[in-house]
Ligand binder design. Structure first.
Ligand SMILES: Nc1ncnc2c1ncn2[C@@H]1O[C@H](COP(=O)(O)OP(=O)(O)OP(=O)(O)O)[C@@H](O)[C@H]1O
Ligand SMILES: [Mg+2]
Length: 227
């Protein structure tokens, strides 16, 4: 079953001299439990594509269809605000830079996400346990290492038990060993929870751990290869 598919999507920002075609004729399908990496250099469109798949950015043209719930097919052309919110609550996103609320501790960051998606905020402790950070629940983001912050961001993205987890350069700011541990954690969580995982990276070694690799350049997919 396909969790999300986009068809001939373009995203254009700005007008005239500052017009940028961030995505240009991009089609991609993500199956249940898929492991897909998106690689490409800075500015190639990786974040934009993740945000289209995550219903954050609306395509300028083309279409996106989600099947986050087996019985419901949602299309980008018919998305009301309410439907978009519902859809967003079934998609986990780990943003580029961990993006935690700075004045709230790790447990609160995860609990708010659970609350926002209708889940029990008490599950936050269990989610922090999943990423090995139960003992740091009362720590502010500024009191956590970069790797720990990234793990809190992963726990937060899992709060709604997503069918689809989108991770934007989750190892971009981490040293090699810490990055490996975050990737191992994502692998283990995916085996346990069964979501489809789409991860953007500029690092071809990271991409090599995935089943399928899309290479982007100037907003286009220039190759798509199975491992
Ligand atoms: N809100 C925006 N307004 C104008 N241009 C934008 C906007 N968001 C992205 N762009 C442009 O779209 C292109 C693709 O950006 P995107 O962030 O998707 O690239 P990326 O591959 O994620 O890069 P990086 O590896 O640096 O994170 C870039 O040229 C960028 O400048
Ligand atoms: Mg990016």
């Amino acid at each position: 079953m396909t969790v999300v598919a986009c068809h001939r999507v373009a995203v254009v920002h700005g007008e005239g001299a500052v017009r940028v075609r961030a995505l240009d004729d991009v089609s991609v399908g993500v199956e249940e439990r898929a492991r897909l990496a998106i690689v490409g250099r800075s500015g190639s469109g990786k974040t934009t594509l993740l945000h289209v798949l995550g219903a954050i950015v609306e395509p300028t043209s083309g279409s996106v269809e989600w099947r986050a719930n087996p019985s419901v097919l949602t299309s980008s052309s018919s998305l009301s605000d309410r439907a978009r919110r519902l859809l967003r609550s079934r998609i986990g996103i780990v943003f580029q830079g961990s993006n935690l609320l700075p004045h709230f501790d790790a447990g609160e960051n995860v609990a708010f996400a659970a609350l926002a998606s209708g889940a029990d905020p008490a599950t936050a402790t269990g989610l922090l346990g999943l990423v090995g950070l139960e003992a740091k629940a009362r720590h502010l983001p500024s009191e956590l290492s970069a790797g720990e912050q990234q793990r809190v961001a992963i726990a937060r993205a899992l709060a709604q038990r997503p069918a689809l987890l989108l991770c934007d350069e989750p190892t971009g700011h981490l040293d090699g060993d810490t990055g490996e541990r975050v990737l191992d954690l994502l692998d283990a969580l995916q085996r346990e929870l069964g979501f489809a995982l789409v991860l953007a990276t500029h690092d071809s070694d990271v991409a090599a751990r995935f089943d399928r690799v899309l290479v982007m350049h100037d907003g286009r997919i220039i190759s798509s290869a199975d491992a």
